[in-house]
Design a binder for this molecule. Structure first.
Ligand code: DX5
Ligand code: ZN
Length: 214
């Protein structure tokens, strides 16, 4: 069993309210919102005002993934926007520990992500305060990429770290997840699954969410 957090990066941006309703009706647990600054990653998406607007029209917990170089600078905006969980990257330029502590102090769940080439050991010094780890299974920046199979052992490694040090911490994966490859990620320990193109591109969205979450 896993929570399913469809990434709205693959949604119809001209109809986001409808798209939020569509994933909720199809059984999504959270909505994953990819924030990109064109600097940390080579793509620009959406910012805090859109997150705020979505929180007003949807009951889904907002899973905000900050792929930005300086999350500390923009943090208050995303907290005020109504995020349920805020994920920052270990590779960002902000003070990671300080930023995680600020997220937690605001009553928002704090999460830390690593890119495919960053080892799980980089998470060790933060594990005690984390509510969630996010293992990227593609290079961040774009939806619709192919799952990097070499990341599977990292999921198992992160699960081990969680079991040993902070059993309540969730383990999310993001990138290239489909109905066909999701099972092995859950076997490795993932319990929150982000899926963009495989949910929004599915012929039967409800069925896709059911398979990804079961
Ligand atoms: C990639 C984003 C992902 C992306 C996932 O940088 O963080 O959330 O939208 O999309 P799919 O599931 O299509 O790989
Ligand atoms: Zn994401």
């Amino acid at each position: 069993m896993a929570l399913v957090s469809p990434s709205i990066l693959s949604a119809d941006f001209a109809n986001l309210e409808k798209e939020m309703k569509r994933i909720q009706d199809a059984g999504a647990d959270w909505a994953h919102i990819d924030v990109m600054d064109g600097h940390f990653v080579p793509n620009i998406t959406i910012g805090a005002p859109v997150v705020k607007a979505l929180s007003k029209v949807s009951d889904l917990p907002l899973d905000v993934h900050l792929m930005i170089s300086d999350p500390a600078f923009y943090l208050d905006d995303f907290i005020k926007a109504g995020a349920y969980v805020i994920t920052i990257h270990e590779e960002c330029d902000s003070d990671v520990m300080e930023t995680l502590k600020r997220i937690k102090a605001a009553g928002v769940k704090c999460a830390l992500s690593i890119k495919p080439k960053t080892p799980v050991s980089a998470l060790e010094k933060y594990i005690d305060i984390l509510d969630m780890i996010l293992i990227m299974t593609v290079e961040p920046g774009f939806g619709g990429q192919k799952f990097i199979t070499e990341c599977l052992p990292k999921i198992a490694e992160a699960k081990k770290l969680i079991d040993e040090r902070n059993p309540g911490c969730l383990l999310e994966i993001d990138g290239g997840v489909t109905c066909d490859n999701v099972a092995e990620t859950k076997e490795a320990g993932a319990n929150v699954i982000v899926a963009g193109s495989s949910v929004f591109g599915a012929e039967d969205m409800k069925k896709a969410i059911e398979i990804i979450g079961k």
